[in-house]
Design a protein around this ligand. Structure first.
Ligand code: FMN
Length: 167
């Protein structure tokens, strides 16, 4: 089967979906749904996220140099879709999605308390990749629910379009 090169990213699905929270210099907070994230270094611990230039979150992360990766369970599928559909330019997504912001330990960006795990990151490097910016973040602090090992099977995996699955 020949695959159209514009659809080639779907061959890399399923991928875990994450909710990235961020804040700008005026203290405005936001959430963006991302399927394009991955670990990139053990020592120091580093992760990469890829954010489209037109996203409000792109502007905010460029400005603050920080972000938090929050891992949602399948119970949050509606919230994940909402945060991946509307823009923080026009909405407070914490309010719209009914998600709770709490202070992070090492960064100004808030964590999303409903999520299973949180990785607080400081941007170390940015790489332009076509129509997205890859933010490479050093993980300054990370924590997860006590029962994360059992909840791992409920982590939301993205299949493209509006389709998700779990383990
Ligand atoms: C499941 C899912 C995965 C997504 N993955 C990405 C991604 O990896 N990178 C990206 O830039 N946008 C991704 N998006 C689109 C953004 O989440 C969407 O454009 C969002 O509304 C941007 O919000 P903002 O303008 O508040 O930053 C995804 C959307 C969904 C629903």
């Amino acid at each position: 089967m020949k695959v159209n090169v514009s659809e080639v990213h779907t061959l890399l699905y399923p991928r875990p979906v994450v909710l990235v929270s961020c804040v700008d210099s005026k203290g405005k907070r936001n959430i963006i749904t991302l399927a394009w994230s991955m670990p990139v270094s053990f020592t120091p611990p580093m992760v990469a996220i890829s954010v489209g230039f037109q996203r409000e979150s792109y502007r905010m992360i460029m400005e603050s140099g920080e972000f938090v990766i929050n891992i949602p369970s399948s119970e949050l599928v509606k919230e994940v879709l909402l945060c991946g559909t509307i823009s923080g330019r026009n909405f407070d997504k914490f309010r719209e999605a009914g998600l709770t912001a709490a202070s992070a330990k090492k960064v100004r960006a808030p964590i999303i308390t409903e999520c299973l795990a949180h990785l607080e990151c400081k941007v170390e490097k940015t790489i332009e990749a076509g129509d997205h910016m890859v933010f490479i973040g050093r993980v300054l602090e990370a924590y997860a629910e006590k029962n994360f090992a059992e909840r791992r099977k409920d982590v939301l995996l993205y299949l493209g379009e509006e389709k998700f699955t779990t383990l």
